[in-house]
Design a binder for this molecule. Structure first.
Ligand SMILES: [Zn+2]
Length: 416
């Protein structure tokens, strides 16, 4: 452990500078689609990353599309992602990833950080995941003090659109996984400090029902009620819940109609589904499309299906089990505890996994209430997690941990 001491000790003294930086970052609103706020966030992160002495790339993302509440497709702008590459010639290559966007819109009532006590801070995006970005930054800063650092080259990607499914940054993330030996993502762990081993897959889709508008009194029979048809269909979609183990469908947002004396010609429902197996996503989407087809045979109604995003499930395979065991050993060296359990939530770790990159995706801070107005960070976890991550990197660099075997394990399993 001795050769790792100096960077670890330096990190132990970094709590207050980390908290200060966290408050500064949390006070910048960087809700997804708040392009001005995201730009501010990007500049301030860029400033912090200057210490690594590399060129920091600003990568514009291709605009995406979004279905608005009128059933019209409109352009969606994401802002820019940020990339930093250090020592691409080193024998071991690690991809580190995080997101700068939050779920709190520009006009959200929840805008600033509030330090409750020595160990508690409440603020928008404090835990998910500005705290995590600071853990990543400081862990790397500590690692760069290690004398065997040249064994590891690393790449940092920070995207502005994770909270809406990384719709714009997904190709960038996929490309960056190429040639990497390990992935580290700094999403928050569970409130009790457990990290996530396995994740369900997730898909978002919208069902749009188009009918014929008419006066509800004079011409009711000439109208075709978009809401009625949508509801009939949704009852059938809802029944698909649990038809495969772990398959859930949430009818999340419904919109349609207007004055009650008009037969509505438009209604839509935004849905999210989670599944344990990739084939369950195909099963679900095919079934929904069949149901729509049946509904469309009825006179005067047109129901459309729009798929917005899909992230495949992330499995806890043999390589991941060894990765987590290695990480646990590091936590024990630091007198910390580390455990894990599955989550129904998704993140960019699902994309890493699909690309075959062994990844731990919850190396960020410990906290609670993410995506609510009570989002809370345990401030001690800033240095705890940074120390864990830095020690893990140092052990990999000094070959005390052999990450090549993760790849070999997965290859062996595939051959069998
Ligand atoms: Zn997040």
């Amino acid at each position: 452990m001795n050769k790792y001491q100096a960077p670890l000790q330096w990190l132990s003294q970094q709590k207050e500078p980390m908290v200060e930086l966290l408050i500064k970052w949390v006070n910048i609103n960087s809700g997804t689609e708040n392009l001005e706020g995201l730009e501010k966030m990007l500049l301030t992160i860029t400033e912090a990353l200057q210490i690594f002495g590399e060129q920091i790339e600003n990568i514009p993302l291709e605009p995406g599309v979004k279905l608005d509440n009128n059933g019209e497709i409109r352009k969606l702008h994401f802002g820019n992602a940020l990339r930093l590459i250090k020592r691409p010639e080193s024998p071991i290559q690690i991809l580190l990833c995080g997101h700068m966007d939050t779920v709190y819109h520009v006009d959200s009532p929840f805008q600033t950080a509030n330090r409750i006590d020595d160990n508690t801070l409440v603020g928008p995006g404090a835990t998910d995941m500005k705290g995590g970005l600071i853990v990543m930054l400081k862990a790397l800063e500590a690692f760069e003090q290690f004398d065997q650092k040249d064994q590891i080259g690393w790449e940092v990607i920070i995207n502005p659109d994770e909270e809406i499914g990384s719709l714009g940054s997904e190709p960038l993330i996929r490309n960056s996984t190429a040639g990497k030996d390990l992935g580290l993502i700094f999403e928050p762990s569970f409130p009790d400090g457990f990290i996530v081993c396995e994740r369900k897959g997730s898909t978002n889709f919208t069902i749009v029902s188009k009918g014929v508008s008419a006066h509800a009194g004079r011409d009711f029979d000439k109208g075709r009620n978009a809401i009625t048809h949508l509801i009939k269909l949704l009852v059938k979609v809802e029944e698909l819940n649990g038809t495969r183990e772990g398959l859930t469908i949430n009818l999340g947002h419904i919109f349609g109609g207007g004055p009650t004396n008009i037969v509505p010609d438009l209604a839509l429902c935004r849905c999210n589904s989670r599944m344990k197996k990739m084939e369950d996503a195909d099963f679900l989407l095919n079934r929904v499309e069949e149901l729509i087809e049946e509904e469309n045979k009825k006179d005067g109604v047109e129901i459309e299906f729009h798929k917005a995003s899909y992230r495949p499930p992330k499995k806890f395979d043999i390589a991941h089990q060894h990765l987590f065991d290695d990480l646990k050993e590091c936590s024990q060296d630091l007198s910390q505890s580390l455990s894990w359990r599955p989550s129904g939530g998704v993140c960019d770790g699902n994309i890493f996994a699909q690309e075959g990159l062994t990844t731990v995706d919850t190396l960020g801070v410990i906290g609670s209430g993410i995506h609510t107005y009570d989002e809370t960070t345990h401030l001690d976890s800033l240095t705890e997690r940074a120390r864990l991550c830095a020690l893990f990197l140092m052990k990999i660099a000094s070959h005390a941990i052999d990450i090549n075997r993760y790849k070999q394990m997965n290859a062996t399993v595939k051959e069998q």
